[in-house]
Ligand binder design. Structure first.
Ligand SMILES: Cc1ncc(COP(=O)(O)O)c(C=O)c1O
Length: 476
């Protein structure tokens, strides 16, 4: 055999380097919270040149050294000052499950190519379905991300509700829906029909009928609606009972995009936010957002198990009657063919700690969101963008007494200064066209003290930028 091939598959080399990698990661985990910077801002071109140099010298850097460099130069999701986008700091034991999945590489789209992984996935789907309120059933699967789950759910909706006529099909969506919803509707050659939101940023139940009727008047046959649990920008939960009532009365498919917030199925304290979830025809939930699992890992579950077979087949009943539904061959239903063994990570973590770990994680993060609101309210210079229901909190600096100061720009510059410094990582969003700083508390070890330091920093930077702007304008 070619010597290089032998080296690449050499068990001893794997053992030595594998142990080194685990040691590096353990050390990283022990020390990451003490790093000065959670984020090291480097221009893309500079980063490109850095990696290109390494790329151009194969074997020039040792394997452990490469791992160390990668860790150092990347954003640190395990740092308590990471308060940005909705991605979990991966639970280390779940990440080890990822190593196992990568190593085994069972392309488990069909049972024969990964029996244990296929069955494990079904057990997870049963578990999620039960928590959603459907009862323990295997009607669903895991898939690669919330965007793909939305696409798949709407594909099923289109198959299930397609009428005989040739009218264009429409889906009612929230004006606040994640962009993947709008994209999915368009990919499926349907028309997104945005429903305006109320003052709480929920789909406004009073506007649904009007918007629906307008669409029908334009010749569009509306076949479904997508609700949010919760929205991406502000973490707002739609009133699921009201949406379900409407969908039932008009025979519409009701999909709930629970990519972020359906995770409260594990948190009794916050479960009320999704009252009515069990009335949805389909629900998606990302394990890689609020449930500690490395990306990507999304559950898509269906109220009627047979519907999960409708991805490509109109008459799922036919399959069932012929004993052909084959729950264990998931590629028949999911968009993926070769499928990553994503359920293994969930299974391993849940097996070690039970449901209680997921309860603790979600509850802690949502509690911190509420702590954060109280802290913000203690600063007269800060104002909330919305009344937060989750761990997503939007606020802005608003202490400019000069009407010439553009508050949107000021807050953008505050974020720029913060990310440039790298002591915290936060993001930004617009609510009703107004710029806010947006924080999602993703790390259960982010303390109230950390949050206080961030807010103090925001206020200080706000004043600094104002005074700098004044000096600059006086100079002009
Ligand atoms: C509500 C919602 N839906 C869908 C998505 C897309 O999920 P993914 O990034 O896993 O594709 C997101 C991501 O932020 C989201 O917040």
């Amino acid at each position: 055999m070619n010597d290089l091939l032998k080296q690449a598959y050499d068990p001893e080399r794997f053992g030595v380097q594998g142990h080194q990698v685990i040691d590096i990661l353990q050390n990283y985990l022990e020390n990451v919270a003490h790093k000065d910077q959670v984020y090291n801002q480097v221009e893309p071109e500079e980063e490109y040149q850095f990696w290109k140099k390494i790329w151009n010298k194969p074997s020039g850097t040792t394997y452990p050294e490469l791992i160390r460099i990668l860790l150092e130069r990347s954003i640190h999701l395990h740092h308590p000052h990471y308060i940005g986008h909705q991605v979990s700091p991966a639970a280390p034991l779940a990440a080890l499950g990822g190593l196992l999945s990568d190593f085994m590489n069972n392309g488990m789209g069909i049972y024969e190519m990964g029996g244990p992984a296929s069955v494990i996935e079904s057990i997870i789907v049963e578990w999620v379905s039960e928590k959603v309120g459907y009862g323990a059933q295997r009607g669903g699967f895991l898939t690669s991300g919330g965007s793909l789950a939305n696409l798949t759910a709407l594909l099923v909706a289109r198959t299930a509700k397609r009428p005989d006529d040739n009218k264009p099909l429409g889906i009612l969506v929230s004006a606040e829906s994640h962009y993947s919803v709008d994209r999915s509707v368009r990919i499926l050659d349907m028309v997104p029909i945005p429903v305006p939101v109320n003052s709480k940023l929920q789909i406004d139940p009073a506007r649904i009928e009007i918007v629906h009727q307008e669409a029908e008047n334009r010749g569009i046959r509306v076949i479904g609606m997508v609700g949010n649990a919760c929205t991406t920008a502000t973490g707002t939960y739609d009133d699921l009972h009201q949406l379900a009532d409407y969908c039932t009365s008009r025979d519409l498919w009701f999909h709930v995009d629970g990519a972020h917030g359906a995770a409260v199925i594990f948190a009794p304290k916050y479960r009320h936010l999704i009252d009515g979830l069990e009335r949805a025809d389909s629900v998606s939930m990302d394990f890689h957002k609020m449930l500690m699992i490395p990306a990507l890992c999304t559950a898509l579950v269906f109220k009627r198990p047979l519907d999960s077979y409708r991805t490509y087949i109109q008459d799922a009943q036919y399959l069932f009657e012929n004993g052909g539904e084959e729950w264990f061959n998931v590629a028949k239903r999911s968009i993926e063919c070769t499928k990553y063994m994503m359920g293994v990570k969930v299974f391993l973590l849940r097996q070690q700690f039970g449901d209680a770990l997921f309860t603790d994680f979600v509850t802690r993060l949502y509690d911190r969101g509420h702590d954060f609101v109280q802290l913000i309210n203690n600063f007269p210079e800060l104002e909330l963008g919305h009344e937060p229901e989750s761990n997503i909190v939007c606020f802005r600096f608003n202490a400019a007494d000069n009407p010439d100061i553009d508050l949107d720009l000021l807050n953008q510059n505050i974020r720029k200064a913060i990310t440039h410094e790298g002591n915290f990582y936060i993001v930004q969003t617009k609510i009703r066209g107004v710029q806010y700083l947006r924080c999602t508390i993703m790390n259960p070890f982010t303390s109230k003290e950390d949050l206080k330091v961030l807010l103090t920093d925001v206020v200080e930077k706000g004043y600094q930028i104002i005074s700098h702007t004044r000096i600059t304008s006086n100079e002009l």
